[in-house]
Write a protein that binds this ligand. Structure first.
Ligand code: FNR
Length: 334
């Protein structure tokens, strides 16, 4: 059973948190890895299939053949599926489908995007504590794996604590608190005091989140942990930019990280568009260099790999997969 104390956690990140990045984070030292947020009704359109060639478990959208979620043995017991939902019955249906393939289920109560709020998901749930409680409690009562949620802080520490106490009473095993309000953006300072205020008053582990601007090296993770008085730390942007932030031994050069990421992208037959997106978020301003521009012109995995001298690796793996007759190629979320 997953334990949430003293853990380093890869945050849920749409399009970034697909299988190659999660495996890379684990290899660098993350203890728990969250999937990108998956919307309940989309997940319900998928069917589970074991991929004999990649040795992965794939959830494939029945309407368009895209891969909704792909997981494998290496992350078994460490991967948490994050769900976007506003409905306890739908959330339970998804959780039941996937209960044996993931280590935990997390409910997103922190997304401030219009798409989520309009659908009654993400931060919309923070304004409907009864509904949020019901979703969590329905899952807790009916699942054999732990249930958690990820929230943002409210306007005061007291209001945040009141909400958290209600959510904790549903039986969740841990709670992630992103130290910004729904109206604050990533560039705003993170409010460590509110996280600390709550963490010192509740009985379950708090996973502190929002510290990426201050987390430039491994030891900064523990400074953030201390400042928030939390059990564990969840990292999003610092890992998106350089996943080796999880390494005890220190950060690796960007090109090493990209090379290791690309190998995994090839191994797991990740789509060129998803792979390119993840590499773009490592390169950032370096996209505006001759090499960066060459990269931006790439269309195929092999072209991307060639920039990091992995074209032979990519070609050989792809040839092998073709010979073996892989199905559902490159259909991870575009
Ligand atoms: C996010 N975030 C996010 N949060 C969430 O609960 N579910 C999600 O799917 C996503 N997706 C996502 C994508 C990308 C590209 C980013 C940068 C962020 C928010 C994220 O998990 C985290 O709460 C914030 O980024 C703050 O943490 P850091 O970045 O300071 O460590």
């Amino acid at each position: 059973m997953l334990i949430y104390e003293n853990k380093l956690v890869l945050a849920p990140m749409v399009r970034i948190g697909t299988l190659p990045m999660r495996i890379l984070a684990l290899r660098y030292g993350a203890d728990i890895v969250y999937s990108e947020e998956l919307i309940d009704w989309k997940f319900l359109r998928s069917r589970r299939k074991y991929n004999e060639i990649l040795k992965t478990i794939d959830y494939i959208d029945q309407t368009d053949g895209t891969i909704v979620f792909r997981t494998n043995e290496e992350e078994h017991g460490k991967v948490v599926l994050q769900l976007g939902t506003c409905d306890s019955e739908r959330a339970l249906k998804v959780a039941k489908m996937i209960e044996n393939d993931v280590a935990g289920i997390d409910i997103n109560m922190g997304c401030p995007k219009e798409f989520s709020i309009k659908g009654g998901m993400g931060v919309a749930l923070l304004e409907q504590p009864d509904k949020a409680f019901k979703i969590l409690n329905t899952l807790v009562k009916n699942l054999s794996i732990p249930v958690t949620c990820k929230i943002r802080i409210l306007d005061t520490p007291e209001a945040t604590l009141r909400l958290v106490e209600k959510l904790v009473s549903s039986g969740i095993r841990a709670i992630t608190i992103h130290g910004r309000t729904r109206h604050e953006r990533p560039q705003h300072p993170v409010n460590t005091d509110t996280i600390k205020y709550v963490a010192s008053r509740i009985s379950i582990p708090v996973i502190a989140n929002g510290g990426s601007k201050e987390i430039e090296k491994y030891s900064d993770i523990f400074k953030f942990k201390e400042m928030t008085g939390s059990s564990s730390v969840m990292i999003a942007r610092a890992a998106e930019w350089n996943c080796s932030i999880f390494r005890k031994e220190g950060l690796l050069p960007m090109d090493t990280v990209i090379t290791e990421y690309l190998k995994l992208a090839v191994d797991f037959d990740n789509s060129p568009s998803n792979t390119k997106y993840c590499v773009q978020n490592v390169l950032r301003e370096l996209q505006d260099t001759p090499r960066g521009r060459k990269f931006l012109d790439c269309q195929t995995l092999e072209q991307i790999c060639a920039i990091w001298e992995l074209n032979d690796y990519c070609r050989e793996k792809q040839k092998l997969y073709q010979t073996l007759g892989i199905s559902g190629r490159w259909q991870v979320n575009p």
